[in-house]
Design a protein around this ligand. Structure first.
Ligand SMILES: Cc1ncc(COP(=O)(O)O)c(C=O)c1O
Length: 544
């Protein structure tokens, strides 16, 4: 437990306390409601803590003041501990509603901050996880969002969206509730009638890979489109661009590929092919926020790009995601699909942004039907709540540091594992790529059993992950369902009828399933963690 004297008051009342004032438990104060709207501020000390805890609030306050129709009076004991307090006066000082709001927010955040420091942050585990969590900065924003009591998308979503848009230097971003939702929206948007002859129609084909995350593939099938699989490369784990043209037919309309584990795929080659055959490019950038290609952020090259803020990712919002694009028409479609398919584009909670709310006529609806309730697409509701966005916004402020630390961690781990290259294939990036790695992928060589190694690492407290679905074509969802697909230049195949000859067309994908796993490089890990990990690899190889 942190010593009481170490808890500083600096997070509240800046300018009212001199910097470095210590705040111990003996100085916490409690508000007691004398009668409705009149509070007495009492000192809380250890002996009274138990008695007083069930009263209103433990906190530090400026005294005496009036706000929001309430009066606050301090007792003498309390006053003697509050120095430099400009609000200290015999008669209560009237303060503005905004200042009162801020004071109360600060109190809650201050108390929560103490809880974070003394309780949450002290929960230690010897396990080395692949991903990390949030701290008091996010907690503070979550409290702000809770106190707003705005239950849906709101001011924090706008703040988070603007930070992301600025960071990426992209034209449009739509915040959504997961990376999977982002992928679903990307594909669904491209099926929109408004895109005329470029729209994806039932039976059109999308080129992708089978070694990856399930919800990169799922929206293709969910939208009655046909996935066409090419192999992945080892050790970049990305789409093998040299195979794409072999898979193109007159039905091919898009390439949908992820920057695997943060490693940018060969964007130059993919873009060239897409231009040649007039294909859409969708970048699944869910694992790659902060990665660059030719000096530009990944997620800014494709027609549409998607992001995930699931806790393991470069930044998190709990659950969350985003869709980014350059073109206004796609942005409009994506917002509409995200928000129930509505025609109106007012921000949540706003009305009549177009000033024509009651003066238009749509479909066969009566003239003047409220535009807020006009639906022009078959939509979803994939919005992010403001609580999630508050976390995302606080995380976005840390992104540049996270990127630096991930890069350091990757390089450090690489230097430590290099000596095991007789047993392990270490990851490689593409030319022109500057990855911000999500994880550190490793493929075991023929002399090493992945499953034995993974079990040994896990038994020694080192978190490991599979490269998601491995070979998704071998997952039950594919073997148990009759999904139409193609592999490279094959004719149509059905997922529950694939045979070893079909699977053998994607040898690296199978190898990823049997021999690849990854370790975390998230910013919470230290050189010491990686030294330990390397020691355990050595121990394993000495043993087997
Ligand atoms: C490449 C990739 N795409 C999509 C997703 C889905 O993101 P979410 O978990 O936010 O739905 C993930 C999840 O980790 C992913 O790694």
């Amino acid at each position: 437990m942190q010593k009481e004297s170490e808890i500083k008051v600096s997070s509240i009342y800046k300018g009212k306390h001199s910097k470095g004032d210590k705040f111990t438990q003996n100085h916490y104060l409690i508000l007691e409601e004398l009668n409705s709207g009149v509070f007495k501020v009492l000192k809380l000390n250890k002996s009274t803590a138990g008695v007083r805890q069930n009263k209103t609030l433990i906190a530090a306050l400026p005294f005496n003041f009036k706000a929001g129709g309430c009066a606050f009076y301090s007792d003498e004991l309390a006053i003697e501990n509050i120095k430099h307090n400009s609000l200290l006066a015999e008669d209560p000082v009237e303060i503005s509603a905004a200042e009162f709001d801020k004071i109360l927010r600060d109190i809650v955040k201050f108390t929560a901050g103490i809880h974070y420091s003394c309780i949450t942050a002290k929960k230690k585990s010897s396990y080395i996880p692949v991903s990390g969590k949030i701290d008091n900065k996010e907690l503070s924003k979550m409290i702000d969002s809770s106190l707003d009591m705005w239950l849906t998308t709101g001011r924090f979503e706008n703040e988070f969206r603007d930070k992301l848009t600025k960071f990426l230097n992209v034209k449009y971003s739509a915040i959504v509730n997961s990376g999977s939702s982002a992928n679903l929206l990307a594909i669904a948007a491209l099926t929109s009638e408004e895109l005329k002859d470029r729209r994806l129609k039932s039976g059109d084909e999308i080129i992708t890979i089978a070694a990856g995350f399930p919800t990169t593939i799922a929206p293709i099938i969910q939208n009655n489109l046909i996935p066409v699989f090419v192999d992945a490369k080892i050790p970049s784990y990305n789409i093998d661009e040299s195979q794409i043209e072999r898979a193109v037919t007159s039905k091919t309309k898009a390439i949908f590929a992820a920057h695997t584990l943060g490693n940018p795929f060969n964007i130059e080659a993919v873009t060239k092919i897409a231009e040649k055959y007039n294909l859409w490019v969708i970048e699944d950038n869910c694992d790659a926020l902060g990665s660059k290609y030719n000096g530009k952020h990944t997620g800014t090259f494709g027609d549409i790009s998607t992001f995930s803020f699931y806790p393991a990712h470069h930044i998190t919002s709990g659950e969350g995601g985003a869709v980014c694009m350059r073109k206004a028409d796609l942005y409009k479609i994506i917002l509409s699909l995200r928000d129930w398919g509505r025609d109106c584009w007012c921000d949540t909670g706003k009305d009549n942004s177009c000033r024509r709310r009651f003066t238009q006529q749509f479909g066969h609806l009566p003239a003047g039907y409220d535009h807020k309730y006009v639906y022009s697409r078959l939509g979803y509701n994939l919005k992010m709540t403001d609580w999630q966005a508050a976390i995302g916004s606080a995380q976005a402020d840390k992104l540049n540091n996270f990127i630096k630390k991930r890069k350091h961690n990757f390089n450090y781990l690489y230097s430590k594992l290099k000596k095991f290259e007789n047993n392990l294939i270490l990851p490689e990036s593409e030319k022109h790529a500057e990855p911000c790695w999500f994880g550190f992928p490793i493929t075991t060589r023929k002399n090493t059993d992945k499953f034995g190694l993974v079990k040994f690492l896990e038994d020694n407290g080192i978190g490991t992950r599979q490269l998601f679905a491995g070979n998704i074509l071998k997952q039950p969802v594919f073997t148990q369902n009759h999904f139409k697909l193609r592999i490279l230049d094959s004719k149509f195949l059905y997922s529950n009828k694939l045979n070893s000859g079909d699977y053998s067309k994607l040898p690296n994908t199978d190898r990823i399933m049997t021999s690849t796993f990854w370790l975390g490089v998230f910013p919470g890990l230290t050189d010491g963690n990686f030294d330990y990990i390397a020691d355990k690899f050595r121990e394993y190889f000495n043993k087997v």
